[in-house]
Write a protein that binds this ligand. Structure first.
Ligand SMILES: Cc1ncc(C[n+]2csc(CCOP(=O)(O)OP(=O)(O)O)c2C)c(N)n1
Length: 637
């Protein structure tokens, strides 16, 4: 039995010797590598926090003390130390452990949202609440990476925490110099300057001599801004920036020296006010492949980069072509240059790409500024992260009718990253934005076509949304209907029963549905709308020629494309019934993309059965046999 297998909870760590802790760290690293290379997952970040997480669980008393992991992708070690070793092999599999903290999994898990830069705000609220509730002995610990620290919310929280002088709150900045790629910006430069500071060597003395209860200084936000400016030059005063903000700063210390981290944490815990502990770690430590990986230290396995044949790669290739033709087109990424497929554009046009850090809100309003000055920005972002910047999209871009193109990768079901990563909201929230145009390509050729159309729009914003993974085969239109593509007319001899409008790749799913329905004598016209906003008015006329309209989209059902189609038909007094298929408006769990789509009913077999039932209800005589089979639960093959 390994030492790790004997750890059923944090209490089992407390009696271990230093030599045992070193052995335990090795066992944890072995299991992280063995598991994630098999199941997929965040490897580099977790290899870097092994000693840090051990130290946290030895010093604090979880779950009474609260530990908040920012983003949560680095919480695997925490999972292993809190009783989940036996189940670790199920990581990110349907029904298995999630890839982020999960309240359903453990009482030691608190925050499961994987969107970055929130930990300090949660921690601020928790610490305030414990104070108000008269529980002064509880400590709140937030672990935040230098990448997540580039997010604006983290700084809003710091500004508040600095004034809550007796909050029992410890912020651990896990500084490995990397986000997905090397962390960028003024803050990153400041942290880098601290990292090379000779005082690093003498930090133990520093902890002992300076972490006494002295009054905190500094006018909060002005001081910070001032601190950023002078901090870069002033490497002999590493704590200046944070202390100007009024925060007690400790560090930098070696985050792989478990004993040292423990000592620092005990001092910080006993200080009695907010403390920022700056630890230096190496992303990927202990696995040569990760340590030497110059793209992202194996942030994720398999790599999140834009592999050949993926939607991201098709987008990336077309961006290079557009960039060569249009010198006004610029690209923006929020710390995800490689995963969003912008790496080739960056290589070809290094002056025309901006990595703004994990700062989606800033990315969008900065794009507004670029557009105001005559450029056409393409903001490449994962669908789920655009949620962060809704107000900026609405008020800063759309209200000003600015030509900004949002390219939303991972739109729809993503898969093993679970509830907070499914891109199932953009198709609805972007429908709300006046003047916004939304394109949903069904295949690679349409990505290129619609991206080109989008960057030609000069009077307002556009969205191009596509899912995660490999692009399927190309399907050409057999006819056009307004600006839409007709992919299939009812088969020979069949009536125009169903008008099936499938958004993006769901148009191809629609073709399979049509095949299944044809067998049962139901005629289907399959349309790819290409643009899901505004809904093409030609749909109203086409709907009148059918007995049922069906929409299918890889997006939450509430307020998405289907609802927009139904509204258009109501507005045109079309009384043909509409059935809208999409994702249930719920937080969907993790699994493969196919598994989640199947559970949501967005697969041809399930759709065909539902549509058959709907047609049968309306015209019982025509499809009686099929309807009986369907209601008895037999597959409509
Ligand atoms: C709002 C938001 N934008 C983007 C991401 C994607 N993302 C996940 S981890 C990560 C890098 C985090 O870097 P850091 O906080 O330094 O942690 P490390 O992986 O280096 O330990 C990014 C950009 C996210 N989770 N949330």
């Amino acid at each position: 039995m390994t030492l790790l297998e004997c750890i059923n909870g944090p209490e089992d760590l407390k009696g271990l010797s230093q030599e045992q802790l070193t052995r335990l760290a090795g066992e944890i690293r072995d299991l992280l590598i063995e598991t994630t290379t098999r199941t997929s997952g965040h490897l580099g970040p977790n290899l870097g926090v092994v000693e840090l997480t051990i130290a946290i669980h030895r010093v604090f008393d979880s779950p009474r003390d609260k530990i908040v992991f920012d983003t949560g992708h680095q919480a695997y070690v925490h999972k292993l130390l809190t009783g989940r070793v036996a189940r670790f092999g199920t990581l990110r599999q349907r029904g298995g452990l999630t890839g982020y903290p999960s309240r359903a999994e453990s009482e030691h898990d608190l925050v499961e949202n994987s969107h970055a830069s929130t930990s300090l705000s949660y921690a601020d609220g928790l610490a305030k609440a414990y104070k108000l509730r008269g529980e002064p002995d509880r400590t709140v610990v937030a672990v935040i990476g230098d990448g997540a620290l580039t997010g604006g919310m983290a700084w809003e929280a710091l500004n508040n925490i600095a004034s809550a002088k007796d909050s029992r709150l410890i912020m651990i900045v896990n500084d490995n110099g990397w986000s997905y790629q090397p962390t960028i910006g003024g803050l990153a430069e400041h942290l880098a300057a601290i990292r090379v500071n000779p005082r690093y060597e003498h930090v133990l003395d520093y902890i002992k001599t300076t972490l006494s209860r002295t009054p905190l200084v500094g006018a909060p936000i002005y001081g910070t801004l001032h601190g950023i400016k002078k901090g870069i030059k002033d490497v002999l005063q590493p704590q200046v920036m944070f202390e100007d903000l009024g925060l007690k700063y400790v560090g930098p210390i070696d985050g792989h020296d478990e004993r040292l981290v423990e000592t620092a944490l005990r001092h910080a815990r006993d200080f009695g006010g907010p403390v920022l502990l700056h630890v230096i770690t190496k992303k990927g430590l202990g696995y040569a492949e990760a340590e030497q990986n110059t793209v992202d230290c194996l942030h994720q396995v398999p790599a999140a980069g834009a592999a050949p044949g993926t939607w991201s790669r098709v987008f990336g290739d077309e961006m290079v072509a557009i960039g060569a033709r249009r010198s006004d087109v610029v690209a923006i990424t929020a710390a995800m240059l490689h995963p969003t497929g912008l790496a080739q554009f960056a290589a070809a046009f290094p002056d025309r790409v901006y990595d703004v850090g994990i700062a989606e809100q800033h990315a969008v309003t900065s794009a507004a500024g670029l557009a105001m000055a005559g450029l056409h920005p393409v903001v490449a972002i994962y669908s789920t992260f655009l949620n962060r910047a809704f107000d900026q999209t609405l008020m800063d871009v759309a209200l000003h009718q600015l030509p900004v193109t949002f390219v939303l990768d991972r739109a729809g079901v993503t898969g093993p990253d679970g509830a907070s990563h499914h891109g199932m909201w953009d198709g609805s929230i972007m429908q709300l934005v006046p003047g916004m145009k939304i394109a949903a390509p069904r295949d690679a050729r349409r990505v290129a076509e619609l991206l080109n159309e989008a960057v030609e729009v000069s009077g307002g914003p556009t969205v191009v949304r596509f899912p995660k993974g490999k692009v399927g085969g190309e399907v050409e239109a057999v006819a056009t209907l307004g600006g839409m593509d007709v992919l299939r007319s009812p088969a020979e001899g069949l009536a125009a029963d169903v008008l099936l409008v499938g958004a993006g790749p769901m148009a191809l799913t629609g073709l399979e549905v049509a095949d299944r329905l044809a067998v049962h004598g139901i005629g289907v016209t399959v349309v790819d709308p290409r643009w899901t906003k505004p809904v093409d008015e030609a749909l109203a006329g086409a709907a009148r020629q059918h007995r049922l309209v069906v929409t299918v989209e890889d997006n939450g059902r509430a307020g998405g494309f289907g609802d927009a189609v139904a509204r258009l038909l109501r507005d045109h007094d079309v009384d043909v019934p509409v059935k809208t298929f999409g994702l249930p408006q719920e937080f969907l769990s993790h699994g493969t993309r196919d598994e989640v789509l199947e559970e949501a009913g967005l697969i041809p077999q399930h759709l065909a059965r539902q549509i058959t039932e709907a047609v049968a209800r309306r015209s019982p005589g025509d499809v009686r046999e099929t309807a009986t089979a369907a209601t008895e639960g037999q597959p409509v093959e």
